[in-house]
Unconditional design. Sequence first.
Length: 609
Amino acid sequence: MCGIVAYIGAREAEPILVEGLKRLEYRGYDSAGVAILCGDGLRVVKEVGRISRLETLLVERRCAEGKLGIAHTRWATHGAPTVENAHPHTDMSGKLAVVHNGIIDNHVALRKLLESEGVVFKTQTDTEVLPHLFAKYYKGDLAEAVRLGLKDVRGTYGIAVVHADQPDVLVAARNGSPLIVGVGDGEYLVASDASAIIAHTTRVIYLEDREMASMSREGFQTTNIEAVPTTKEIQQVEWDLEEIEKKGYAHFMLKEICEQPESLSNTLRGRLNFEDGQAVLGGLTACAKELTRARRIILTGCGTAWHACLVGECMLEDLARIPCEVEYASELRYRNPIIEDGTVVIAISQSGETADTLAAVREVRRKGALVLGIVNVVGSSIARETDIGVYLHAGPEIGVASTKAFTSQLMVLVLTTLFLGRRRHMAQHQALELIKGVSEVPNQIRRILERAGEVEEIARRYKDRENWLYLGRGYNFPVALEGALKLKEISYVHAEGLPAAEMKHGPIALITKGMPVVFLANRGLQYEKIMSNIEEVKSRGGVVIAIATEGDEEISQRADHVIRVPDVAEPLQPLLNVVPLQLLAYHVAVLRGCAVDKPRNLAKSVTVE
């Protein structure tokens, strides 16, 4: 959630650090700060609010000679967003500075111990124990001090540490919070996200849990915190700087909504066999027999990924005929799930670093489940810790509210269903029909995007309404949940998603005159039932906004507003239906003056509990 950038090399550190922080703004934060080693020692500058405010302060306190520094964007967990609580934090001498992502579980006990030894704390944060702890062990070797200090720590951390007495050393370590080291020409960068450093290098190493790196201008070495050396492979980041620019769009979210025809084409590329109706998923081949024999599948994720899991449950049961259940990862990790022989767990996460999902993966693997990961970020923790997996290849997603990653998650679930279905109960002609439909989805979304103006006009009419309802059935119930979530996330409007049939079991009491109710009303098995639900809303004065199939004239007689989407098989409807809902949420948020890409209190990658 928080962001880390650090630099050691021959160039001026400050502009590199500030640029890196700006690249991390999308992750969510409430304060920011830097610590740069200058001629007179460490210069620490911190500020609450946007990075632009920090940048203004740095102009007044520039350190042009500084070639070593660390920087941070904070998303508050312990202590209010204040300058005092912002990172970096220093020890009592002011010589040692730390930036930290994660949560120190035993910070209270460590604080009491350090206070008993004379340490005076200045903040309410859990992080402040770290610089004091490292200072306690410092005897001229920063890496050794960090290693010894971390042995006392329980919790999650991604850290970067510097000391004024060692101007040629930068130390980084991780446990449960992502951290990468960028390898340049005589320089190294550390970051919690590749977007912060790809302007300078695309060659990186991924630190594993309880692993640390010590860097100088001459080279780097990695060990675990037991001092055992580790060998790291330098890998290439698969996307470039151009992909994380706005390219003329007003917001990253709008850009990423409009990129979905391309992102879905990338997700599909090379994965469809039109001759025998197979999905080609190389990441699953090694365990194809175990997957085919699966007796039960558990799908797990958080937020938008959980909604994708719900759609996946429908697909896998309907088409592959495998019993499925969906679990919130944040609940699964703390339960004692029953993992029997033949249980497969599918874990979905855009970032591959979602703390609750990663913890759930570890729990079910301990119990013997075969775990399949569906992630977007190559080399992420979930990608490394699952048995098998499929990458989304959706490209970097910068907007906090997920859009193109969600549709790529749905597409990978379609492919996974094909992969399993053809090995179990799906006939070739059924698979070929589904493949044909899948291949047309990118162009069908292009057609939907051409009607974005219609969605904007609806948003303009109802932007001031404070309560919305989203209703769908079958495959489209999860889409209703996702549409409501998007509106909540970026416009701060209360919205609720429900199975349409459940409306009459209580929520119908919420409907008042003029209340917007969004229906997923495509032609399908439950079309007539949806029509009845629409009448129930209309008779109570609600405003009906319907996502409907092209050519359906009946819906025009019942809904106040109709947004048309192409006619596709029901398993593919979520891929199309969610796009106008994304646009609706986007335009409502813009018209209400909200920070679309950086909604309040939210973070892109939730790496804390």
